[in-house]
Design a protein around this ligand. Structure first.
Ligand SMILES: NC(=O)c1ccc[n+]([C@@H]2O[C@H](COP(=O)([O-])OP(=O)(O)OC[C@H]3O[C@@H](n4cnc5c(N)ncnc54)[C@H](OP(=O)(O)O)[C@@H]3O)[C@@H](O)[C@H]2O)c1
Length: 296
């Protein structure tokens, strides 16, 4: 495999990507401290100096609620930076793999979203990520946009699984939204899917490029997910008590940004490249918790 430049290497997904890709290729991994995406010239310099065959952009402005107030910042990182990256990658004739999100959709479907379905983001985060997708498509011929959803993992500043584990120590009862459904997705499996895409990009035709959806398999609500986290973590003795989980509606848990109520992504397009169905979300959760336990 040719040289890979990994941007966003210190994020939740970025750290796992670094681990998964390192045995397969030479990986130049840069985090915010090496490359601030607000500095367009630096982006161009780093890409030109590294001369990678593949650039992976796992960096993003991911604070969904804060984005409603920090509109310019969200667009700068999620829209403008991907444009600069895409143009620099195009100059090298290299491939760009750019991560994106289920939040580009409105969430009013009743069947899983296909790659070609019309986007309709509800908030600034989704709008800025959609702007980034369009810039990547316009700026670089060999682009792959990988949309994923409901990401959790061992690394990173925080995610739903880590929050629930913490709350199990603090509260006898947690109230969790039951009317938003999607698919929890383990960062490890996203990184493995990206590795498949990198491998496939080495000898491929032009119709390989484009948008792909990848999540774990299955569907659940945040409420179902919370119950599964407590059950699995309790079985593994990661937590000592299972809080009572109370289902609530989105209206009972107001947030600054509106979220899609249905954000299930259809995985069929990527499946042949993976040679398999993505693992079910609950099996993935069990594995992640086992890893967490092994590290504790
Ligand atoms: N998390 C989810 O549930 C979810 C769902 C669907 C799709 N996605 C997508 O998946 C991708 C990876 O997300 P993630 O969960 O790994 O998010 P994350 O943990 O927030 O990682 C994003 C990384 O980008 C970095 N970054 C932010 N601003 C930057 C800047 N100006 N210059 C350089 N780096 C900067 C962050 O650094 P700091 O930590 O220093 O800010 C962080 O390391 C993103 O494209 C995201 O949109 C995530």
């Amino acid at each position: 495999m040719g040289k890979i430049l990994l941007i966003g290497a210190q994020g939740q997904v970025g750290q796992v990507l670094h681990q998964v890709l390192s045995p397969l290729a030479e990986v130049v991994a840069v985090g915010r401290s090496d490359l601030d995406l607000l500095e367009s010239d630096k982006i161009r310099q780093v890409i030109a100096a590294t001369r990678p065959e593949v650039v992976i952009n796992a960096a993003a402005y991911t604070a969904v609620d804060k984005a409603e107030a920090e509109v310019e910042m969200a667009y700068a990182i999620n829209g403008t930076a991907p444009k600069v990256i895409a143009e620099a990658v195009q100059e090298l004739g290299a491939t760009l793999i750019h991560l994106s999100t289920d939040y580009v959709f409105k969430g009013d479907n009743s069947v899983p979203y296909l790659e070609q379905d019309l986007p309709g983001p509800l908030g600034i985060y989704g709008k800025s990520k959609l702007a980034g997708e369009l810039e990547v498509q316009q700026g670089c011929d060999r682009n792959i946009i990988l949309r994923t959803a409901w990401v959790y993992g061992v690394y990173g500043k925080g995610n739903f699984v880590k929050t629930m584990l913490r709350l199990s120590n603090e509260r006898p009862e947690v109230r969790v939204v039951a009317d938003q459904v999607g698919t929890p997705t383990w960062a490890q499996h996203i990184a493995e899917a990206v590795a498949h895409l990198v491998q496939a990009s080495e000898n491929t035709s032009d119709d390989f490029y484009g948008v792909y959806h990848f999540t774990n398999s299955g569907v659940c609500s945040w409420y179902d997910f919370a119950i599964a986290i407590f059950e699995e973590a309790h079985q593994l003795a990661l937590i000592t008590q299972k809080p009572n989980v109370i289902p609530i509606t989105t209206a009972e848990y107001p947030t600054t940004a509106q979220r899609p109520s249905y954000s299930v992504l259809n995985n069929s397009k990527i499946r042949p490249l993976l040679n398999d169905h993505p693992p079910h979300w609950r099996a993935a959760l069990r594995k992640m918790l086992k890893n967490l336990k092994a590290q504790s």
